[in-house]
Write a protein that binds this ligand. Structure first.
Ligand SMILES: Cc1ncc(COP(=O)(O)O)c(C=O)c1O
Length: 386
């Protein structure tokens, strides 16, 4: 029987607990940021890695057929999506993947659109590559987010947008997009010849009623879309640096292959493959248990805030384990760091990171941890804000 085991990760060289200085200017904060889990991985992953470690030889690795099959079976079983092996490529992380795709699909100066607030490396990928960032804000109705199609299309046309980076499910707005929402976006993109990077790294962390819809599984938009996904969020394997690129369209695949061959990136780290294969083959029971813990943490947070900080707007968690909360009724944007970090002693992802000052009263809390840790964070906020 699989058990979910909380691990005290302090002093293990993990970013979340031991690497806070870069973003917060200090160490020792109660860590509710960085999207990885404080849970020990599935036992099948430990067993597979142990077996490989015991081999004692870590030379060049031939990606086994079973690795591809494990991922293909997972996609079919969990999402009803049939991926063909020929479509699958590698990148050493989804973030690296979308940086490369920005370079592949656009030229310096070209406009790239995102739906803000959004996972901030999207913004960096555009800026780091000297492209022009265009933000189309989601519509926020009391914490529930939808797409502003009119704004999205107007900006695509007026700014001559070449590329859209989609976050599906959406970090930090917690949305699991419905098929009709995705279709509407894709129709606009097709009409104006805009390529789409579909970041589906949170695809397996679904808590609401909407199922995750793989972008490539709907309609005939394949000539526009490259999907990025990974076992890293699902199975807590981010250190394995193994992510998956899905490219059904032959022309886009040729583009990708030319780019990666030009940079001599053909495959990843052996340990990452071993871990990913085991997880996709045998990690399902573990994932279901982890999701239960995350759901429990979210229910606790929601109930506590409703009772003790009733004007905090907690976004419904349809997907991801990242909870987006607006504290604007209690704090101004300029007070956030002073209160949340200095007084509450919390390391959270601050709202302005996700697209600017207008999100400055938000925080994003990582719920993939013990209920005790969530309680510490919630109690600190209640004490200092109520
Ligand atoms: C939307 C999204 N994409 C990508 C990543 C990270 O991907 P990777 O670690 O594979 O580079 C995250 C992590 O939080 C994320 O939320």
């Amino acid at each position: 029987m699989e058990e979910i085991i909380y691990v005290d990760r302090k002093n293990t060289n993990c970013n979340k607990w031991d690497g806070q200085t870069g973003m917060f200017g200090e160490e020792g904060l109660h860590a509710m940021w960085v999207a990885d889990m404080d849970f020990r991985v599935a036992q099948c992953v430990v067993d597979a890695l142990e077996e490989y470690v015991q081999l004692g030889v870590y030379g060049y690795y031939k990606i086994p057929e079973e690795y591809y099959q494990a991922f293909i079976n997972w996609e079919k079983k969990r999402h009803g999506y049939e991926v063909e092996k020929e479509w699958i490529r590698f990148s050493p992380g989804v973030v690296a993947g979308f940086h490369w795709l920005v370079q592949m699909f656009t030229e310096p100066g070209d406009a790239v659109i995102v739906n803000t607030p959004v996972y901030y490396p999207f913004l960096n990928a555009v800026k780091n590559n000297h492209r022009t960032l265009i933000c189309s804000d989601l519509i926020n109705q009391n914490g529930r987010y939808t797409i502003n199609y009119q704004d999205f299309e107007e900006k695509i046309v007026s700014k001559h947008v070449k590329l859209f980076i989609l976050c599906s499910p959406h970090n930090p707005a917690g949305r699991v997009w419905k098929e009709e929402e995705l279709k509407q976006l894709f129709e606009i993109c097709r009409k104006h010849q805009v390529y789409i990077i579909s970041d589906e790294i949170h695809q397996d962390l679904i808590f609401g009623e909407n199922p995750h819809i793989p972008s490539l599984s709907i309609g005939d938009y394949q000539e526009l879309i490259v999907t990025l996904t990974a076992p890293s969020k699902t199975f807590n394997l981010a250190g394995g640096q193994n992510s998956i690129v899905i490219i059904p369209d032959e022309r886009l695949r040729e583009k990708w292959d030319a780019y990666t061959q030009g940079n001599r990136v053909i495959g990843g780290n052996a340990f990452g493959y071993v871990a990913a294969q085991a997880a996709y083959e045998k990690g399902e029971e573990w994932l279901e248990k982890v999701k239960k813990q995350i759901a429990e943490n979210y229910e606790y947070l929601q109930a506590e805030f409703a009772a003790k900080l009733p004007q905090a707007v907690v976004t419904p968690l349809e997907g991801t384990y990242l909870c987006w909360v607006d504290l604007g009724a209690y704090l101004g944007a300029s007070e956030m760091k002073e209160v949340v970090q200095k007084k509450c002693r919390l390391a959270v992802d601050f709202g302005d990171w996700f697209g600017g000052e207008r999100f400055g009263t938000f925080i994003r809390l990582n719920l993939a941890t013990s209920l005790e840790n969530v309680k510490i964070a919630v109690e600190a906020l209640v004490e200092n804000l109520s």
